[in-house]
Design a protein around this ligand. Structure first.
Ligand code: PLP
Length: 487
């Protein structure tokens, strides 16, 4: 590409910035981004501002005249972007960390700056090819069969919704004319550990409460196959064919993985098996934990969220379906008879595979990550997250008078509770207060959750940069009321 300013009659920038200014500001942004990346462990893990203060600094009247882009970038870097959680901080243990890698940032940056879209083949064959490629690479990384198809989405919520739409419209038997529009809905089974976003999607898909059946999880927070079997047995064969089982491959609460092989067996040739691996799917990449995911290859649809445990910045989920053609059957806007004229074999139009038409290319960050670090390094980094939760468990178990481990370390998540001298576990109020005080200190952030009514604290340890000392200091801070009060 030419380094020269574009000759007349076209100015260099749509709205009039000079090439010199563009280059100078782009270098400034590069420095801001790299400085932020290499210093992310030196900043507060989380910081929330007051709405009026933030609005006063960032808002005001609609700017009518040109302004100073340097000052605007400084305001972005020093105000807007310092008031947020740093999910890539080594002591960010809340919800699900997002320890993005730099190669991924570079890829995303390129995609945005080149305005890459993956909608039609003719309009974006390069970006579409990258998307086809990274979906195949993800399958290979996670030990999934090579057949089928997939699509990248903005995250797990939309990836799960995309899969549920395909399940509803195609069903186990595959797409048929009018299916989904005219056939009544079947039943959807899940445990109470299912991610709330799927229940929201089911509501939006028109499922009535009576069509959504919760199967209480067992003591390990997994779906009891026996109970699922009994529930399926109550359905008449016709309803069975239109029904869906949602299994979790790594619940967000505890990392529990439902018995996928048993569930796949029960789904048989009738029920659609959807596996939500948004959180835990990445752990299937590690040989040590692959057996926990046994059966995942039998899923009709499956989701993984690379912006969680695959070192990507926000905005990346992935849906896989086992049968090629199901996504297009569910999402293509074109009538069947036009299809042949639209694309030749291999020419994928992702605008017809999911709910977005104009869609930015999301593949570049993942492609750059695989190309730069390689799968072996990625596996090793995922494994370190699994190991860190075990280290946290050892630290907690070494102080049995202070801590009760409620669920053991499972693919990067551990839950635990404070104990009083009589052995009574702390209430939600106490746990929430401790977690809030720690977050306020800026040192670390953890969240609390509830498991069958019991309040617990929870650590999610996905960041390969986290050290044993980070874990020790965080756990100690949570135990020490005085330490938190003084911070
Ligand atoms: C995070 C998560 C989701 C939702 O994904 P988003 O990327 O936040 O939209 C769904 N399921 C599970 C198990 C998750 O952990």
């Amino acid at each position: 590409m030419s380094q020269e300013p574009h000759p007349d009659p076209y100015p260099s920038d749509t709205l009039g910035m000079t090439p010199e200014e563009m280059r100078r500001l782009a270098h400034k942004v590069a420095d801001l981004v790299v400085d932020r990346h290499i210093n992310r462990h030196n900043e507060a893990v989380i910081r929330a501002g007051a709405p009026d203060k933030l609005l006063a600094q960032l808002g005001g009247k609609l700017p009518e005249a040109p302004g100073d882009p340097d000052a605007a970038l400084d305001l972005l870097a020093n105000v807007a972007l310092t008031h947020q959680q740093r999910t890539d901080h080594p002591r960010y243990f809340a919800r699900v960390p997002g320890p993005s890698s730099f190669a991924a940032i570079l890829g995303d940056w390129m995609g945005i700056a080149f305005n890459a879209a993956a909608t039609s083949w003719a309009g974006g064959s390069g970006p579409a090819t990258l998307e086809v490629v990274v979906i195949q690479w993800l399958r290979a990384l996670l030990g999934m069969p090579a057949e089928g198809e997939g699509i990248l989405t903005s995250g797990g919520s939309l990836a799960n919704q995309t899969a549920l739409v395909a399940a509803r419209i195609c069903g186990k038997d595959g797409p048929a004319p009018g299916r989904g529009d005219e056939t009544p809905r079947g039943v959807v089974f899940h445990t109470e550990q299912v991610h709330a976003s799927l229940l929201r999607s089911l509501r939006h898909l028109g499922y009535a409460k009576s069509q959504i059946r919760e199967i209480p999880s067992d003591e390990q927070f997994r779906m009891p196959a026996r109970d699922l079997k009994a529930a399926i047995a109550e359905l008449n064969p016709d309803v069975r064919k239109r029904s869906i089982v949602i299994a979790s491959a790594g619940t967000t609460n505890t990392g529990a993985i439902d018995p996928l092989d048993d569930i796949a067996e029960l789904c048989g040739n009738d029920l659609w098996l959807h596996v939500d691996g948004a959180y835990g799917g990445a752990a299937a990449a590690c040989p040590e934990s692959r057996t926990l995911f046994s059966g995942i290859e039998r899923a009709d649809s499956m989701v993984v969220d690379p912006h969680k445990w695959l070192f990507q910045p926000f905005g990346l989920g992935c849906t896989f379906v086992r049968r090629a053609g199901d996504l297009e059957a569910a999402f293509s806007m074109y009538p069947e008879y036009l299809k042949d004229t639209l694309s030749a074999p291999g020419e994928v139009a992702f605008g017809n595979r999911g709910p977005e038409l104009s869609r930015r290319s999301r593949a570049m960050k993942l492609w750059m990550t695989f190309k730069t670090y390689g799968a072996a390094r990625i596996r090793e980094a995922i494994q370190s997250g699994i190991d860190q939760a075990r280290t946290a468990e050892e630290i907690l178990r070494s102080k049995p008078d202070v801590w009760e481990v409620v669920t053991p370390a499972q693919i990067g998540i551990i839950t635990f509770a404070l104990k009083d001298p009589t052995g009574k576990l702390a209430t939600a109020e106490v746990h929430e207060q401790r977690a809030a005080a720690l977050a306020k200190s800026g040192f670390a952030v953890v969240t609390s959750t509830k498991l069958k009514g019991q309040s617990v604290l929870r650590l999610c340890t996905l960041n390969p940069l986290t050290t044993k000392s980070d874990l020790e200091q965080t756990i100690d801070a949570l135990a020490d009321r005085a330490l938190l009060a003084s911070s």
